[in-house]
Design a protein around this ligand. Structure first.
Ligand SMILES: O=C(O)CCC(=O)C(=O)O
Ligand SMILES: [Fe+2]
Length: 324
């Protein structure tokens, strides 16, 4: 059943975002995810230690400090190892990803789906445009050849801009949540209230070496605001709400999930990646309940894509006049 009040729905409609507190149980939903990722990090540490990229496995450190140390010493951000999605190109038979049971339980959490149902209705598809984002403190984070922090602040964009045009009529909802408290210091999201009422804005590939970004002159950056969040809270965004994430200038990691949902039957905008039916009143047998089947869907997608032609989700042209 939908769980949002009319007041919350009105806020979402008017401003294009909504924070809902106390949705995900920190102990029963989020901590198991963290525990699962502790094992994933253990495997990464073992691999990097074996191939000589790190001098110790740093077993004594807790997750955040350990991942920071490992990324820093190896000079690489290994986020693909943890992600429950695949890269947008160069997929190999051994491209890593993590689609584990605790992650699946978070994606299909009944309280989270109750919130989603309030917005998109009772027939809910888990859209495969989804990521874990681990942001280690910028001061320790490896930099690219332009001196820019790898996987640092997220540039200004609309989620509609990162999917193909086939999803332009899809009622795609973004659900973002941190796995710890998130604030302006450790890199919470910033949003532009009301920006969802306009068009899909021009995005520029690799704008100012930062990645896909909407140039600042196309929206009202002055009215943007950071959205600090508690562990267990979720942030809803429409597909056209302009948003970005601040840099992590704290001493600890900032990590988060971003998920998408759309009504069953609509295009996801990344058709080569697998989604699944998360909730359905009209056809309950179609619901995916088994995390291992979900894992197999991603494994098959990875194996198929490793054999096939390269694909691209990019719809933007860096030569557009707005990008100059
Ligand atoms: O977490 C981030 O840095 C960006 C997330 C985002 O853009 C999204 O959830 O749509
Ligand atoms: Fe986004």
């Amino acid at each position: 059943m939908g769980s949002l009040s009319q007041k919350q729905l009105d806020h979402f409609e008017e401003f294009g975002f909504l924070v809902v507190d106390n949705v995900l149980d920190p102990k029963n939903v989020i901590d198991p995810v963290i525990e699962e990722y502790r094992m994933v990090l253990e495997n990464l540490a073992e691999k990097l230690y074996m191939d000589g990229s790190i001098s110790s496995k740093y077993e004594e450190l807790e997750f955040g400090d350990r991942v920071t140390k490992i990324y820093s010493e190896s000079g690489e951000v290994h986020n693909q190892f943890f992600d429950f999605s695949l890269p947008q190109g160069s997929i190999e038979p051994d491209t890593p990803f993590w689609a584990g049971p605790a992650v699946f339980r978070a994606l299909t959490d009944p309280k989270l789906l109750d919130v989603v149902e309030s917005i998109i209705g009772k027939e809910i598809y888990s859209n495969p445009v989804q990521h874990i984002r681990i942001k280690v403190p910028e001061k320790y984070c490896p930099k690219d050849e332009n001196g820019i922090v790898k996987f640092g602040a997220t540039p200004w964009h609309q989620d509609n801009g990162v999917v193909t045009k086939e999803a332009d009529n899809t009622d795609m909802l973004t659900v973002w949540f941190p796995l710890m408290d998130s604030d302006a210091k450790n890199g919470c999201l910033t949003i532009v209230p009301g920006s969802h009422k306009g068009e899909v804005l021009t995005h520029c590939p690799n704008y100012k070496n930062r990645g896909l970004e909407i140039p600042e002159h196309l929206f009202d950056i002055g009215s943007s605001m950071p959205v600090p969040m508690k562990k267990g809270s979720i942030l809803l965004l429409t597909k056209k709400t302009v948003h970005s994430a601040l840099p992590n200038i704290s001493d600890r990691i900032r990590w988060s999930f971003d998920l998408r949902y759309n009504p069953i039957g609509q295009r996801t905008g990344r058709s080569v990646f697998p989604g699944f039916v998360a909730r359905s009143e009209s056809n309950p047998e179609s619901i995916l309940n088994d995390p291992f089947t979900w894992n197999k869907l991603w494994t098959k997608a990875r194996d198929d894509l490793a054999k096939s032609e390269q694909f691209s989700f990019n719809r933007w042209d860096g030569n557009d006049i707005a990008c100059a």
